[in-house]
Design a protein around this ligand. Structure first.
Ligand code: GDP
Ligand code: IMO
Ligand code: MG
Length: 437
């Protein structure tokens, strides 16, 4: 068996997916991004060197590993180029190892302007997007007039389509949002300059993945955002514009479902959220500030302070169910080290069954639920950098085992992260058949 794995955030993003993908990549041949765009911010820290990736898969630090952007990823050519240049400053080359689907929709300046204009227009009701143009770019895809990577290589069609799209956007930007128009000539010039850089990287990705599968190559599918930000299953409308849940892997890469062997959910030991929307366990107090400071919870894409709160098992059991999570990775355990007590949300008052927790249903208002907590004694010892489960303080072990018990799954939390560095990781069980551990 190939043992291909999906790495999927189970909360509102920033669970530490990038660190885990980077850690696992040593045992794999290829890492594929399948949804989202440069709204993602995945942080890798190796030997104190920090690299934040937004579009390029987190396997890029291993020189023999292929990195792929599947058709579900929306690509800002300008931002992708910036990221490639940033990596080359670190002496990391993407030549012959970064491949892009021609089917990826483009994110262009007018998407960014529209994202910003709408957020300003909505004022207090805004979504709190990353203002990277992601929503408008996905809208253009669904509307079937958006530009895709392959359009870059037919100049006549590119010019024709771009002109009419910009006319349409400018009408809205100027007349409805009362803001400035976008200059067709500037957008076109940028695209014509940049397109050669990507040309050799454009490939038939589904075919490539099927060939790799046949040749027993091992693939990581790297999720962006988290399940609760899913367009269809998340806390709508406070979500992103792609499917962050498991279905996104198939539609966003062209892989067959039988080629996925393991779905590794990544869960922070507490919760964070950036932007607006319901957050039942949010802590607007000293403990919330402690989690923010100790966890360095500053957005890696926008620099915004992340909202913080206790781990919410009601929502976690929902995302485990929705995504058929087969194995869990618990991150940032070390952030809880200094707390005298640690809480976990195990229910909401007045809500009896899990079936009612349909996060995007208007009949169920996550803004108004009151969490019920189970309180655990803290461990007041450093877990930073611990690499064996048995070396964790007993109270920390109990905290972890309770999560499995609540989810009704034994031997489920297979990886624990005890620090941001690649090496600060516990493999509880080597279900993924990792090398060198
Ligand atoms: P992603 O979007 O899911 O990849 O997560 P981000 O990179 O946006 O945010 C996670 C942050 O937590 C980054 O700053 C990581 O370096 C850091 N991090 C990851 N795992 C751990 C951990 O176990 N402990 C601590 N203290 N930090 C971690
Ligand atoms: P990673 O991959 C956390 C949030 C935004 C906003 C909502 C919609 O690093 O986990 P968008 O710009 O996508 O239209 O914004 O989604 N958001 C994220 N929050 N981590 C992310 O990515 C996010 N990407 C988008 O803050 O609330
Ligand atoms: Mg992030």
């Amino acid at each position: 068996m190939n043992n291909n794995v999906v790495i999927l955030g189970t909360q509102w993003g920033d669970e530490g997916k990038g660190k885990i993908v980077d850690f696992l990549t040593e045992s794999f041949d290829c890492v594929v991004r399948y949804q989202g765009g440069h709204n993602a911010g995945h942080t890798l820290i190796v030997n104190k060197k920090k690299i934040i990736l937004h579009l390029i898969p987190s396997g890029i630090l291993y020189k023999d590993v292929l990195c792929i952007l599947g058709n579900g990823v929306v690509i800002s050519p300008v931002d992708l180029l910036q990221e490639i240049n940033m990596l080359s400053d670190f002496n990391i080359s993407i030549n012959n190892r970064l491949f892009i689907s021609g089917n990826c929709p483009l994110v262009l300046d007018y998407h960014v302007k529209m994202d910003i204009a709408r957020e300003q227009f909505l004022k207090n009701d805004c979504i709190g997007t990353t203002k990277k143009g992601i929503g408008p770019a996905y809208e253009d895809k669904v509307a079937r007039y958006g530009l895709k990577i392959y359009d870059l290589y037919n100049e006549k069609i590119l010019k024709k389509k771009l002109k009419s799209i910009i006319q349409y956007y400018n009408f809205q930007l100027v007349h409805y949002y009362k803001t400035f128009p976008v200059d067709y000539h500037v957008v076109l010039k940028d695209l014509l300059e940049i397109k050669y850089i990507f040309q050799k990287k454009v490939q038939d990705i589904p075919n490539m993945l099927h060939r790799m599968y046949k040749n027993k190559k091992r693939i990581i599918f790297e999720g962006a955002q988290g399940a609760l930000l899913d367009l269809d299953h998340g806390t709508f409308p406070y979500v992103t514009s792609s499917n962050t849940t498991i279905g996104g892997v198939l539609t966003g890469s062209g892989v067959h479902y039988k080629q996925i062997n393991c779905i590794l959910g990544v869960t922070k030991s507490y919760c964070t959220r950036v932007g607006s929307g319901p957050f039942p366990t949010e802590l607007k107090n000293d403990i919330g500030d402690y989690l923010c400071n100790k966890g360095k919870e500053i957005g890696s894409t926008t620099g915004r302070k992340r909202r913080t709160g206790w781990l919410d098992l009601v929502l976690l059991s929902r995302t485990v169910m929705l995504n058929s999570i087969t194995s869990l990775c618990l991150t940032k355990l070390d952030v809880l080290d200094d707390l005298p007590e640690v809480k976990i949300c195990i229910a909401y008052k007045n809500i009896k069954t899990l079936e009612m927790i349909e996060t995007s249903s208007k009949y169920f208002n996550l803004f108004n639920v009151k969490p019920v907590y189970k309180v655990f004694p803290g461990w007041k010892k450093s877990t930073r950098g611990i690499v064996r489960f048995s070396q964790l303080p007993v109270n920390a072990q109990n905290y972890i085992l309770y999560i499995e018990e609540y989810l009704g799954k034994t031997e489920f939390i297979d990886i624990i992260s005890t620090g941001p560095e690649r090496s600060e990781t516990i493999i509880v069980r080597n279900k993924l058949n990792l090398q060198n551990i």
